[in-house]
Design a protein around this ligand. Sequence first.
Ligand code: PLP
Length: 367
Amino acid sequence: MKVPFFDLSRQHRALASELEAAVRPVIESGAFILGPEVAAFETDFAAFCGCRHAVGVACGLDGIKLALRALDIGPGDEVITAANTFIATAFAISSAGATPVLVDIDPDTFNLDPAKAAAAVTPRTRALMPVHLYGQPAEMKPLLALARKKGLHVIEDASQAHGARYRGTRAGSLGAIGVFSFYPAKNLGAFGDGGLATTSDETLARKIATLRNYGSIVKYHHDLMGENSRLDTVQAAILRAKLRHLDAWNAARRRLAARYEELLRGAGDLVLPKPPPHLEHVYHLYVVRTRRRDALQKFLTEQGIGCMIHYPVPIHLQKAYQGHPWKPGQFPITEQFAGEILSLPLFPELTDSEQECVAETVGRFFR
Ligand SMILES: Cc1ncc(COP(=O)(O)O)c(C=O)c1O
């Protein structure tokens, strides 16, 4: 049996009529930029996260950039984030003009290590940017305490953690601003690019809403040097319809993760994700570790099982940051994990027999 790493068409087939019904009124209205459909999605998503405000933007990268700009973080400022994340987290900090300060990850959570973050604070640090990578919330309590003590802002990169909870509170409502990506493969994905920033601070929400729309709230009056980074109205209609299913999809992801835990336990040197109970993981990705990663990936691929590496080259070793004074070996856990991690197929529509086939093939590799 072949098992895809991810198959979005299953979700979309099941929702076809619902999504068509959501989009049709937008097409008929002829109004494709902002408007009531975007505002309605923002209201629904803010309520979902337990925040007062949400502002739709063009993508997650822009959401982080505009969050930084809204907090007046830019040239001369440092922002602390995790060494193990998707490149967009660092690029957004750099393109806001600030300096990304990477710190190594906690090997148990794969996320920003609070003690290392504390050690990286300098007089130029303005913000902490934990990333809830793979769908698992970062250890927020010590990070929030550190931010309070040092007078720093906390911006959550929740791009992979729609619906995840930290001690019962949704990702995106723990810091000053939370940012989400609606890249199609995300737990909540658009039919293209999309993103959103959450906050309970009305001034920040208004500033992000101004910045995303050419610095304008009142048409042709431009108060700030803004950008064109709006969430498309068609995407908002699709996302609003899909949001109603997100809790059920996340529950399905969690069930599949629990089943993998049963099926894969004891296979070779495989290390499985094991979030402590206060971190409600939503398994955007199911990431295992093994010293035999490359051989396992080759074997699974040959057997028709989709698998991927998130991410094979850590940020500090990327060509784009060649001029930056980071050195190989500086973030040893991130570097070790980059050689050991493998993401196995996990999406809500994965069937029991497909999952059993993945687990059986992994078991066969180790035998
Ligand atoms: C952790 C993280 N941050 C930021 C982003 C950027 O989101 P987008 O691709 O919507 O710009 C992503 C998207 O893949 C991500 O995974």
